[in-house]
Design a protein around this ligand. Structure first.
Ligand code: THG
Length: 284
């Protein structure tokens, strides 16, 4: 019942010392140690198997309608090449997940999930609202390239155009006989990219290409680093906040003000106007 990923062979060979399970899939916790991994990430470049960030693909004539129902963030303002961090709420404003949404086309979005089975929530809404959308989990596995040397490593594999991708924007970049969505994003404050690897068969060839191209950059296998993410104030759904918290309580008021009638809007509005009963905030 616990799945591997297209990159698991590489992660194992690189010496992952512990794993957790996230979306029913293996996620490495650390390689050398939390401290050593953290120091390396701040100086060099790492390749992270974050295939656990599963995509929910929402496609069809009613895709935008469903996204507006689920997203506290104004989907009408989203650019064609943009990624949005979107907390998703229940009817009481409680957070169910906090995915990254990627706009692939006017009628096609991915929701790149945190730990939780949000596909069934989306599917349930679509069925109950009789929407014309296809909702599937595609064979897409994010691979993150993070750290100060990420631009250099990525340009060696994908060409210099990757350098022009702006924060939370994406471009389609060629690899072998295909192309991938490549965004400037990732769950660290060291900068870098996420490659949405579309097709399991490309997983290890891409992993090996990055490792080979980055030898002199001291590239290593890594994973979301606990020290780095706490220091950076990056929220972890299920740990820092649960269904007991609204996005406003989680410090996400600025991205919870969509004019659309999204699920959980009244509670979010009340928390914004009156101040939330609790405030989760990073330690400065
Ligand atoms: N990348 C992708 N999918 C993901 C994550 C990711 N799914 C699970 C999890 N991470 C979702 N949670 C977050 C939390 C924070 C951020 C991204 C995803 C993040 N926040 C930036 C910050 O706080 O500095 C800024 C966000 C913004 O400006 O919109 O990066 O990492 N694919």
């Amino acid at each position: 019942r616990v799945r591997g990923t297209p990159f698991t062979a590489g992660v194992q060979a690189a010496g992952a010392k512990a794993y957790t399970v996230y979306n029913h899939i293996l996620l490495a916790s650390y390689f050398e140690s939390y401290e050593a991994d953290y120091r390396h990430l701040k100086e060099h470049v790492q390749v992270w198997d974050v295939a656990v960030e599963r995509q929910v693909s929402v496609k069809g004539p009613d895709a935008l309608r469903l996204m507006k129902m689920m997203s506290p963030r104004d989907m009408d303002r989203m650019a064609d090449d943009q990624c949005y961090y979107v907390p998703i709420c229940d009817n009481n404003g409680g957070m169910l997940n906090d995915p990254v949404a990627i706009k692939l086309a006017q009628d096609h979005y991915w929701l790149s999930l945190a730990d939780g089975d949000l596909l069934q929530f989306a599917l349930g809404l679509a069925i109950a609202s009789k929407m014309d959308v296809d909702i599937v989990e595609p064979d897409v596995s994010p691979l993150a390239v993070q750290g100060p040397k990420a631009d250099e490593l990525m340009s060696r594999v994908f060409g210099d155009d990757v350098r022009d991708i702006r924060f939370f924007r994406y471009n389609r970049m060629a690899f072998m006989d295909t192309e991938f969505v490549v965004a400037r994003s990732g769950w660290s404050k060291q900068g870098g990219f996420e490659i949405y690897v579309d097709g399991t068969q490309y997983g290890m060839p891409l992993w090996d290409a990055l490792m080979a191209a980055g030898q002199d950059l001291n590239v290593r296998a890594g994973c979301p680093n606990l020290i780095g993410r706490v220091e950076g104030g990056l929220l972890s759904s299920g740990s820092d906040m649960t269904r007991q918290n609204t996005p406003v309580e989680a410090g996400l008021a600025k991205i919870s003000n969509s004019p659309a009638d999204f699920i959980g809007k009244p509670v979010n509005e009340a928390h914004t106007e009156n101040g939330p009963p609790r405030q989760i905030s990073p330690l400065a």
